[in-house]
Write a protein that binds this ligand. Structure first.
Ligand code: BMA
Length: 332
């Protein structure tokens, strides 16, 4: 247990949790009963992965990427009492939107959910003449109000910060292309109103030049966690092997007031596809973190991550151990 309070906000004693197994010396360890969400949880689902879970009322709610049996990418709402057993709506979210052109839902994937001020914001990879960042909000996980897409296509991995920074809403994103994008840096943008985004700043590039787990492209993962040392950002990094892309997870610490300044960044990965359920599935060799639950009073963090574009799993860590690891294994 940590001695100091490193995570600044959010006490969540009922976080899903399992202690580090005996003999394990990894800073991030997997839940022994993974996956927590199987691919066939609801009748229409081909796969359920890359999904977002947040505290809601005295339990948990979330938005889940469900690729259905027509292989359309849809967003479904779901709830859980313990963060381990989920009920996911059989019908996808139908957004309420006053702007008819934006309201045409083609497909949506890789949701992130962020509690900000007085509501939950949902960002996701939305289709509007190519991938871009959709934005919606909800208070009850029943009715979702869609607002304007944040950016022009092509963009993916839009992740909000959980509070205004220097008086502005702030979002990370990853400009991309229409396809499976063989490049990608993380950028930071701000908005006065959650509609108009600008003042773009470069945050991080892939580690190109030689083979690393993050040499092709990187993208923000869960909503950043505010700590005494900076914003803790889990992110995914991609390498290209002779068998295709391999998605792993790392972490960075970003400056609190200027989050486009990276203070530390993991040189080795924290989690890479090694378990069978991460290596075998619709897209092999993918771990893709999209959400955390964290408890400020104990420093525990639970990370939800998609596995092989097929199902959803959990991994755990302690914030202080993780920050120590990031600092002593950093390469900017
Ligand atoms: C990315 C996204 C993710 C997916 C990953 C691996 O481009 O589409 O949803 O997990 O590819 O297929």
């Amino acid at each position: 247990m940590p001695k100091k309070k490193t995570i600044l906000h959010g006490s969540l004693p009922n976080i899903p949790w399992e202690d580090r197994p005996d003999g394990c010396d990894e800073v991030v360890w997997r839940y022994s009963h993974n996956p927590v969400i199987p691919r066939d949880l609801i009748p229409c689902s081909n796969s359920i992965f890359n999904s977002a879970v947040v505290p809601f009322e005295d339990a948990f709610a979330g938005v889940f990427r469900v690729d259905n049996k027509c292989r359309n990418m849809q967003l479904h709402c779901g709830r859980s009492k313990d963060g381990l057993n989920f009920e996911i709506d059989v019908e996808p979210i139908r957004f309420v939107c006053s702007e008819p052109e934006i309201a045409v839902f083609v497909e949506g994937y890789d949701p992130r959910v962020c509690w900000l001020e007085d509501r939950y914001y949902l960002t996701w990879c939305n289709s509007y003449h190519g991938p871009t960042i959709g934005v919606a909000y909800t208070n009850d996980f029943r009715k979702f109000h869609q607002i304007e897409n944040a950016f022009l296509p092509f963009n993916r991995n839009g992740v909000l910060f959980p509070r205004k920074i220097n008086g502005k809403y702030a979002m990370l994103s990853r400009p991309s292309d229409t396809g499976h994008t063989a490049f990608g840096d993380i950028f930071y943008s701000t908005s006065p109103d959650m509609v108009h985004w600008g003042c773009h700043r470069h945050v991080m590039a892939p580690k190109a030049g030689k083979l690393t787990w993050q040499c092709v492209k990187i993208g923000a993962g869960p909503v950043p966690i505010e700590t005494t040392e900076g914003w803790l950002l889990f992110y995914h990094g991609v390498l290209l092997s002779c068998n295709g892309f391999v998605y792993s997870m790392g972490a960075a610490l970003l400056d609190i007031d200027k989050p486009w300044h990276v203070i530390y960044r993991t040189k080795p990965y924290l989690l890479s596809p090694q378990k069978l359920y991460e290596c075998v599935g619709d897209v092999p060799n993918v771990v893709f973190p999209c959400a955390t639950l964290h408890d400020a009073s104990t420093g525990r963090i639970a990370v939800y991550y998609g596995c092989a574009d097929t199902l959803t799993s959990l991994a755990f860590c302690y914030v202080d151990e993780l920050l120590d690891f990031i600092k002593s294994n950093s390469e900017l």
